[in-house]
Design a binder for this molecule. Structure first.
Ligand code: ADP
Ligand code: XUL
Length: 515
């Protein structure tokens, strides 16, 4: 058996697979807001950050890891786990001082992770992917490199506010003494991997590409980018390695406390999106995945690395080899939740029956579906912009509002993914909101392609478990063929005769002329 651990924005999950039987044996998830209310992060991050700052507490992730393993141990015999793979929300960074190596190597099973790693942080909080506060740092890095095009050609993305390099630069500028006291900077993924292995683990080529620091072609740290970002950075960064390659055996702490075998191996973790690509069985080019988690993301394997001319899309290393493209939309589930709560609705208002009260195109009522800052396109929106009938613009008619939000979200996605040039003839849908048939229908209609879903919504955790199997020497493709099948009856066809071409132009026009 192999364990996959995914630490996402709102929860940390564990999922156990048995490659012999092709079964998912157990799943356990700890929700940061509901299960760990003492961290004051109802949606997984600290509310109330100013000027676009969004931070989370790495201690909360440690508490969640302890809790998840303790609960998972009630469901499955952890001594049978041969290897552990994992993933984390991308871009988020964890800052550790010089005592961290010792702390990691000597974890005492009589105590817990939070208590023991408490003093190993050189920064109490971690900036996460929702942070949009580093605009000036991005401009400085681009200027030092001779322009955005150069940063993009080297790292796969222009300098982006949530990416780790600009975040590190801001930390160095604003807290130089704390930066100096930082011995190691991890991503969420490599941090949790290090805890499990009891030593500093590498960053993989998938998550590493989300930092504006890795040279995509050579898969090494790019010294010019490091220099443009902050001094003495190379010594603070881990090594780079392929996702799933062996880090070492699981730390004694986990053997004694949770009953893992001392032979259980920990593999290099990756980002949640690259892991999802693995978990959807979509690592080979030709398949498109849309993930509807806290953020909405659109991604696909690529044979060649080419970048988004408008600068919103990214190219990462693909854990299956080669590259993947990714476009991330910050106003995903959080915007759907905001509209749902504003109108006092529940998710049934987003299902097919409810949406049948309105029709595709929504009688010309359109919405720019942003309730907070957006990254694709980059703009500090505060509320949605409506266009259409007077009643609709006044905010009346909840069913039309729901349709307008969803059509707006997927028109925005279609508009900002056309650069990839993939002919979309099937969409694999995943993430928490993918189980909603109404949302899936609108995805199918807007893209004009059928949608399929796997039996399991958490494809990142499944991908993490498959990477765990790879750590034990299993073939990725063969393991994917055992687990990554669309669920029976999960397919949704686009509505016959419906095309969103005119709405796409109207949406692009509204976006271009927004006030
Ligand atoms: P993440 O991995 O980013 O933490 P998930 O992929 O677990 O997020 O998705 C969680 C989100 O899914 C929730 O925030 C919620 O908004 C959304 N969600 C869950 N169930 C439904 C549903 N039935 N309809 C629409 N959205 C849903
Ligand atoms: C991708 C991104 C998000 C996070 C959280 O670039 O910022 O999708 O990985 O899921």
């Amino acid at each position: 058996m192999h364990l996959g651990i995914d630490s996402s924005t709102q929860s940390l999950s564990g999922l156990v697979i048995d490659v012999t039987t092709g079964q998912i044996v157990a799943e356990k998830s700890v929700n940061f807001g509901l299960d760990l209310p003492q961290y004051g992060s109802p949606q997984g991050f600290l509310p109330g950050g100013t000027d676009g700052e969004v931070h989370s507490q790495p201690r909360m992730w440690l508490a969640a890891l302890d809790q998840m393993l303790s609960e998972l141990g009630d469901l499955v015999d952890l001594s049978q786990i041969r290897s552990i793979g994992g993933s984390g929300q991308q871009h988020g960074s964890v800052y550790l001082n010089a005592s961290a190596s010792e702390c990691l190597a000597n974890l005492d099973p009589q105590s817990d992770l939070v208590t023991q790693l408490q003093s190993a942080f050189s920064r109490n909080t971690s900036p996460i992917w929702m942070d949009t506060s580093t605009g000036s740092q991005c401009r400085e890095i681009a200027a030092a490199m001779g322009g955005d095009a150069e940063v993009c050609a080297r790292s796969g993305s222009t300098a982006i506010e949530r990416f780790t390099g600009p975040q590190i630069r801001k930390f160095w500028q604003q807290q130089p003494a704390d930066y100096d006291a930082t011995a190691r900077i991890h991503l969420v993924s490599s941090f949790l991997c290090s805890v499990l292995a009891g030593c500093h683990a590498a960053i993989d080529f998938g998550d590493g590409a989300g930092m504006n620091l890795m040279n995509l072609a050579s898969r090494q740290w790019d010294y010019d980018l490091l220099e443009a970002t902050a001094p003495m950075l190379r010594v603070k960064l881990p090594e780079l390695a392929a996702a799933g390659s062996v880090v070492g055996p699981v730390a004694d702490y986990f053997v004694v406390k949770y009953g893992f075998s001392p032979e259980c191996q920990v593999g290099v973790f990756t980002g949640d999106n690259p892991a999802s690509l693995v978990g959807m069985g979509a690592t080979s080019p030709g398949q498109v995945v849309i993930s509807l988690g806290t953020s909405d993301t659109f991604f696909a394997g690529m044979t060649q690395a080419f970048t988004d001319p408008r600068g919103f899309g990214h190219v990462f290393g693909n854990p299956g080899g080669g590259y993947m493209c990714l476009v991330c939309f910050r106003n995903g589930s959080l915007a759907r939740e905001a509209l749902r709560d504003q109108y006092g609705l529940d998710w049934s208002a987003f299902d097919r029956v409810a949406l049948a009260q309105t029709s595709p195109g929504n009688d010309g009522n359109l919405m720019l579906p942003f309730f907070g800052p957006e990254i694709t396109p980059r703009c500090d929106f505060e509320k949605p912009l409506r266009s259409g009938s007077e009643a609709f613009v006044r905010g009346e008619d909840p069913a039309k509002q729901v349709r307008a939000l969803l059509e707006g979200q997927f028109l925005n996605m279609r508009l900002h993914t056309d650069w990839i040039g993939i002919h979309v003839d099937r969409i694999l849908l995943t993430g928490g909101a993918s189980r909603n048939d109404g949302i899936a229908q609108i995805v199918a209609d807007v893209f004009g392609a059928p949608v399929e879903r796997l039996a399991i919504a958490n494809s990142a955790a499944l991908g993490a478990a498959i990477l765990g199997a790879v750590t034990s020497g299993q073939d990725m493709g063969q393991t994917q063929s055992k687990f990554c099948h669309p669920a029976h009856d999960s397919r949704i066809e686009p509505t016959r005769g419906v095309s969103y071409d005119a709405e796409l132009s109207a949406y692009a026009n509204l976006l271009a002329h927004r006030s």
